[in-house]
Design a protein around this ligand. Structure first.
Ligand SMILES: [Zn+2]
Ligand SMILES: [Zn+2]
Length: 266
């Protein structure tokens, strides 16, 4: 029996396509026991259509908490997916600290002025080896910032299938070591299956690296519409089983809990 959680969900508060309520009923149908909203928040590049206006944070938190109080079957958490910007840690901390959140996903979407997931053009003419090294270095800085509870899609740079010429395992090893050292979880994010990559983040080949370092894990859908809540989770659980995982983590009020998870029962 698995306590199914899904902490990476975007509603109309950011770039999701439906109201929070619609995701709750979808989660119930998908057998999810605990779900969390994680709207995009970007404090340093204003006017991005995919991000929530930071001024709406109080309204967002209070609306999700209201839904959580009303809901009987599913535990509902309120979180954010926050863009990490190096050098802006203090401002980010002070802003986030004002709100009563259950968890914060830290994600790297930006390299320079562009986002790595907006289109393949970002990669044109670039040295892909350097893009990989630079991306992982930024993710490790996000880990070291101590701002986040979960690191989102930690190898998003795979999204358009550009591959480095070298075996990137050492990048995953360094990342897993940093996650362990700073006691931060990673997610097995199933959304890459619907993107050109056609697979999850991180690369399934390296899940064992996270397991060897005992990095806490949760499975997330990164849903932008209700039908995706919990999508491909059985496959994700079986990958975690193969990697030797027998636990999952849950979050409440910025505290992480560990639950036994018998992934072999899926
Ligand atoms: Zn993201
Ligand atoms: Zn997301």
């Amino acid at each position: 029996m698995i306590h199914r959680t899904d902490y990476h969900i975007h509603s109309l508060f950011s770039d999701g396509k439906a109201k929070p309520e619609e995701y709750i009923s979808a989660a119930a149908s998908a057998g999810i026991s605990e779900m969390g909203f994680s709207e995009h928040l970007n404090l340093f590049v204003p006017g991005q259509h995919w991000c929530m206006d930071p001024g709406r944070l109080p309204e967002y938190v209070s609306q999700i908490k209201k839904l959580a109080r009303r809901e009987k079957k599913i535990a509902i958490r309120v979180g954010l997916e926050v863009d990490y910007f190096s050098g802006k840690e203090k401002e980010t901390y002070e802003f986030l600290n004002q709100f009563d959140l259950d968890y914060i996903i830290g994600s790297v979407h930006y390299m320079g002025d562009s986002t790595v997931d907006s289109g393949p053009d970002f990669y044109a003419g670039k040295n892909i080896d350097n893009v990989y090294r630079d991306y992982f270095a930024r993710v490790i800085m996000a880990v070291e910032s101590g701002l986040f509870d979960i690191i989102g899609h930690c190898d998003l740079v795979r999204i358009f299938n550009f591959k480095p010429s070298f075996d990137p395992e050492p990048l995953y090893t360094d990342l897993a070591s940093a996650l362990k050292k700073h006691d931060i979880a990673f997610e097995l994010n199933t959304n890459g299956r619907n993107r050109p990559l056609g697979d999850f983040y991180p690369d399934r080949k390296y899940l064992h690296v996270f397991r060897e370092k005992n990095v806490p894990v949760c499975v997330n859908s990164d849903s932008h519409f209700p039908a995706r809540v919990g999508q491909y989770f059985n496959e994700a659980y079986s990958l975690l089983c193969d990697a030797g995982y027998n636990e999952m983590c849950t979050f409440k009020k910025r505290e992480r809990f560990s639950l036994p998870a018998d992934y072999s029962t899926i």
